[in-house]
Each structure stands twice: as C-alpha cells, then as structure tokens.
Design a protein around this ligand. Structure first.
Ligand SMILES: [Zn+2]
Length: 268
C-alpha cells in the first residue's frame, strides 16, 4: 500500500475539513470494512488518516461500530498514534458542557462487543493498567490549554453499552464511584488500540450532565448533537494543534506493548 499515515483520528465527520491533499482509500481488513472509506491527508507536516467513527451517514450506533476493523485499518496504513475525539456526559456538576476532559482511566460497562484481536490461537494478555498514552495526553492537554480551553487533566471515563442513555440511578451510582464522565464509544476502541501497540488518546468533550447531576429531563440525543455541532470548530483546532505537536519518535511505552509476547498473527 503506497498511501501511508503516521497519525490516526477517529471522530465525527466535522473533522474532514482538517485534511489537506486528502485522498480517499478503501482499506480491507480481516474484520471487514472500517466504518467508512479512510481519508488520508496532511495536517501541517504530519500525515493523518481519518475514519468517521459512526460512518459518514452516522449509520453505526455505538454498539455496532466495527471497532476492530477501524484500528486494524489505521495500523495497516502505518499509523502508530491515535486521537479519539468524542462526546461525553459529565458526572460532576463542576464540569459543565463545553469542558474538555482528557481521561486517564476507564471503566468498561459494555457487553457483547468484540473487544479483542486475540480470540483464536492462544491467549495474549496485554497490560491495560493505564489505558491511555501518557505522551498523547500531555500533548493534548498542553494544546488545549494553549488555545484557552478549560481542560480537565485526568478522570475516569465509564463506557456504557448504550444506545440508550443512563438512568438517574445509574448516573448517580457512576458519580458516587468517583467516575468523571460517561460515554459509549471509548471501549473497546482503546483496548484494541493497545492490542495493536498503538498510542491512544481520548479527547472527551462534555455535551451534557448525563441523567444524575441535575434535575430536569435528563440528556437527549438532540441536545448532544446540537452541542457537539456548536463545538466542532474548537475540536477541529484542538485535533490539528495536537497532531502537529505529537512526537515524531514517541518515547511512551505503548509501542512496546507486545514485546516478548508470542502473537498468533503478524501485525499489519
Ligand atoms: Zn503512547
């Protein structure tokens, strides 16, 4: 494959306009096609591959996204660092809509999603104690703050199965556990990145207060989409600034995840 990229972005379709000299390519994988045609282009001096997480027409709900195909496609294009912008609900009154959270921990409350590449042959157990790339997190936080964006450094993202939103009781329970934000796509995306030894950084934009923090109707889909649309420009700027500041030779441990492990297949 001639077209290569070293940074991958999985996010909303409002991010297309980021890429210069964009080229669209079909990337077949052993797990079927990714969410959509992959767009490869440049941001400044960096080569970037972009996949719209839900497809261009938003046809994949969170539990149907072809997560394995998406990460596999990125790695096969040469990508080693992944940025993952997404909309989340806040579990803390002080982190209102518009807050950016760069989480450092994750709780998996999904069920029934294919969450590993290593489900045949023999077992491969990757370390996932720290699910996010420390280097990518630091770069994203610095980029956001330089741009004047109120940013929470760290926090726990609880990933629910969806597609429904939380009940008030669930939301209160999440908050009482000390968790920070709630979303539907942060897992298994993050662990699949780790299983392919990719750096993975979540850029979580708070669009609402989930169901538990405030009285009222609770979060609606319309509210989330409207708020995310209003913040597309800001997210685009953050992604571009972060891409340009990512290290060209990462020194984080992500790339060595699989060192010494006996893999049942060759990595793309
Ligand atoms: Zn890393």
């Amino acid at each position: 494959m001639l077209t290569r990229a070293d940074i991958g972005v999985i996010g909303g379709s409002g991010l297309y306009s980021l890429l210069d000299d964009a080229e669209e390519i079909q990337v077949p994988t052993p797990y079927g096609p990714p969410s959509d045609i992959v767009t490869v282009g440049r941001i400044g001096s960096r080569s970037v591959a972009f996949i719209p997480r839900h497809g261009r027409d938003h046809r994949f709900p969170p539990h149907r996204i072809p997560y394995r195909a998406n990460l596999w496609a990125l790695r096969s294009l040469g990508v080693r660092q992944v940025l993952a912008p997404s909309a989340v609900g806040s579990l803390r009154a002080k982190h209102g809509p518009g807050t950016l959270v760069i989480p450092d921990q994750l709780i998996d409350r999904t069920s029934g999603r294919a969450q590993t590449y290593y489900d045949a042959g023999h077992a491969v157990h990757v370390s996932f104690a720290d699910p996010y790339c420390p280097s990518g997190r630091a770069v994203a936080i610095e980029a956001a703050r330089s741009g004047g964006w109120e940013t929470v450094d760290g926090g726990t993202l609880v990933v629910i199965e969806g597609p429904r939103f939380s009940t008030r009781a669930e939301s209160r329970w999440f908050a009482s556990n000390g968790w920070t934000i709630v979303g539907m796509t942060g897992f298994p995306e993050s662990v699949l990145a780790r299983e392919l030894a990719l750096c993975y950084t979540s850029l979580s934009l708070v669009t609402d207060h989930d169901a538990g923090v405030e009285a009222g109707e609770g979060v609606t889909h319309e509210e989330v989409m409207k708020f995310f649309a209003q913040n597309v420009t800001r997210m685009r700027t953050l992604v571009a600034d972060t891409v340009e500041a990512l290290p060209t030779e990462p020194t984080c441990p992500c790339g060595s995840t699989l060192d010494g492990l006996d893999l049942p297949f060759e990595l793309p």
